[in-house]
Design a binder for this molecule. Structure first.
Ligand SMILES: [Zn+2]
Length: 357
């Protein structure tokens, strides 16, 4: 199943559950000057979660363009870190809550994406008995596959009860895909919280039900909200059965074009693969920044972008490229003759019609 198909299936699925398919916000948050870049699907709905928004619907689904640089040093080295990525999500602003969220998530994974149930396990927050019972009684997940974790793993924001910040927060429930015993630490007792790669977190369901005030007091919110997030590239990796996010179909044209430019094999030395993955990630990030009006510069967003650009160019020189190469990456799609920008406008809901099936 192609990445574009997963994206479409997700949005259409929630549209059938009477959600409004809402466009991705720009990478430059339109209504939130406190943020440098949009980093999550819920950013554009902050006011709706606080009960101050003026959108006329209570259920929405989006595929949000996101940019995060907090883990920049991991990009290319791990299977799933990116600076730019797409986040699928469904949202309830004081409408449905845990039961529907959990049941729909399972239905989507098992019936729409056809993931075998025995490859899935879930986690809930220690004190969230309600979610535990929904997973066990209504969905029928065996007890042995429902894990209870603390506020570091299963609360949003992480550790909020103890450390804050004040404001809306709540427990979350995560869904994991088991890549099998051969991947990761190989220990019998390996479980989703293990640091090894065996269990891939594919969906985070956040139940915003409290308002935290000074001293860690959690008061129930009058309107309970739902905010879920599924990383599209990671989901595609699981469905396509490939090793890293950079091996999925939407990255392979970029990697292939880098192989042509550098005459270096992607599947050769691991150090070369890391450089190519990083360039692929950063070039996408830069393309989307520019298309959202951010130009490389000396401060703020422009500085972040300039840093991405310089890192990718440095990586290119390490692969032996002497000339200017950014412009050549994916510039001449053999399938559709469109440039990288038009082929990756999918996140804004626009597709290159020539090479989409
Ligand atoms: Zn493990």
């Amino acid at each position: 199943m192609k990445t574009n198909e997963i994206r479409n299936k997700f949005l259409k699925f929630f549209e059938r559950k009477s959600h409004v398919i809402w466009p991705s916000d720009s990478l430059v948050p339109q209504n939130d000057p406190t943020l440098l870049f949009t980093g999550a699907g819920m950013n554009q709905f902050k006011d709706m979660f606080l009960g101050k928004g003026n959108l006329e619907f209570k259920k929405a689904t989006t595929c949000q363009k996101c940019l995060r640089t907090g883990d920049i040093d991991n990009v290319g080295r791990t299977a799933s870190h990116h600076t730019f990525f797409e986040m699928l999500g469904n949202f309830s602003f004081g409408d449905y809550f845990k039961k529907e969220t959990i049941e729909w998530a399972w239905e989507f994974l098992v019936q729409e994406l056809k993931i075998p149930e025995d490859r899935l396990s879930v986690s809930v927050y220690n004190d969230d008995q309600e979610s535990y019972e929904i997973w066990e009684k209504y969905v029928g997940v065996p007890k042995a596959k429902i894990y209870r974790y603390g506020e570091k793993d299963n609360f949003w924001p992480a550790n909020a009860p103890l450390l804050g910040p004040n404001g809306p927060c709540g427990p979350c429930s995560e869904i994991f895909f088991d890549q099998g015993e051969r991947i990761g630490c190989g220990r019998k007792e390996c479980e989703p919280a293990c640091d090894c790669d065996r269990f891939v977190e594919i969906w985070n369901l956040v139940f915003t039900q409290y308002d935290r005030t000074e001293g860690g007091k959690l008061t129930p919110l009058p309107h309970k909200n739902v905010d879920t997030g599924m990383g599209l590239e990671r989901m595609a990796r699981v469905i396509q059965g490939v090793q890293t996010n950079f091996d999925i179909d939407i990255f392979s044209p970029i990697i292939k074009s880098l192989e042509e430019i550098t005459q270096v094999k992607y599947n050769g030395q691991i150090e070369h693969a890391i450089l190519m993955r990083r360039i692929a990630d950063h070039v996408k990030a830069c393309v989307f920044c520019i298309s959202d009006g951010v130009l490389p510069g000396n401060e703020g967003r422009g500085y972040v972008e300039r840093r991405l650009l310089r890192r990718a160019i440095r990586d290119g020189t390490q692969l032996g490229i002497k000339e200017c190469f950014f412009i050549q990456i994916g510039a001449d799609c053999k399938q559709c003759n469109a440039g990288i920008l038009s082929r990756y406008q999918a996140a804004s809901g626009k597709h290159c019609t020539d090479c989409e099936e």
